[in-house]
Design a protein around this ligand. Structure first.
Ligand code: ATP
Ligand code: MG
Length: 235
């Protein structure tokens, strides 16, 4: 039986994934700052909302209000009640907040894991986004602590049967890459003085995928991938 495919909300990316992500698993989107991770994650979130699913988006670096503003302008339904956007950024003024999500979600990966599991008792989210996970890695006491808690995170998320997308800005993401079910890599480069954005799939358990590096653009309507033009394959 073919696995159930979950659309990323980006037609070109679904095509690269041979039809979409395999549901109920954990995926990593990696790329340096400004490569388009949040944009990709928002497409994935909004595709869920469009299908009437409950979506949980935890933002750890970019304030929720900025996300609403920027992606609302791109035509995303950011105020839909099925879209739960939790601001776990450290810069949020505590006085204004009734609930401090930073304390609950961003202190450590263990805390984040149990907070998500706890939330599931009320709502069964089918898509969860953690953007980015980088802060939690930096916050961990030791590399070993982080490895253990990352493994627990992945196992816990798989049990929830939600499709989970995490983003990371770090160049070195070894443990995450081993443990997740798929990796999408975004890059920015300069070609003849012009900014070029590329996307490639480097790992996708249980599925074939497009082996080519593809170029994409970020437009007023979000991410658009050029799937008919090849840049190169995996090195
Ligand atoms: N309407 C638009 N047209 C063209 N480019 C845009 C548009 N809106 C945003 N961008 C570009 O999209 C990029 C931001 O993408 P995004 O926030 O998804 O990246 P990111 O990888 O999440 O970055 P960070 O690591 O800083 O969080 C910026 O480089 C921005 O210039
Ligand atoms: Mg971002």
């Amino acid at each position: 039986m073919n696995p159930v495919r979950v659309s990323t909300g980006i037609a070109g990316l679904d095509k690269m994934l041979n039809g979409g992500l395999i549901g109920g698993r954990v995926y990593l989107v990696k790329g340096s700052p400004g490569t388009g991770k949040t944009t990709l994650a928002m497409h994935f979130a909004m595709e869920g909302v469009k299908n009437g699913e409950d979506v949980l988006y935890i933002t750890l670096e970019e304030p929720a209000e900025n996300i609403r503003e920027d992606f609302g302008r791109m035509g995303f339904d950011v105020r839909n009640p099925s879209f739960v956007l939790l601001d776990a950024t450290p810069t949020v003024e505590k006085y204004v907040l009734v609930e401090d999500f930073f304390e609950t979600y961003a202190k450590s990966l263990e805390k984040l894991t149990s907070a998500i599991v706890e939330r599931f008792r009320e709502i069964r989210y089918s898509r969860i986004i953690v953007d980015p996970i980088t802060m939690l890695k930096v916050a961990a006491n030791t590399e070993m602590d982080y490895r253990k808690s990352f493994l627990t995170f992945v196992k816990s998320m798989m049990k929830l049967k939600a499709t989970v997308l995490i983003t990371s800005e770090l160049e070195k993401t070894d443990i995450e890459e081993y443990l997740v079910n798929g990796v999408i890599e975004l890059k920015r480069m300069e070609v003849n003085g012009r900014l070029m954005r590329t996307v490639r799939i480097t790992k996708f358990r249980g599925s074939g995928f497009d082996p080519f590096v593809r170029t994409f653009e970020i437009t007023d309507r979000g991410m658009v991938i050029n799937t008919d033009e090849e840049v190169g394959g995996l090195e």
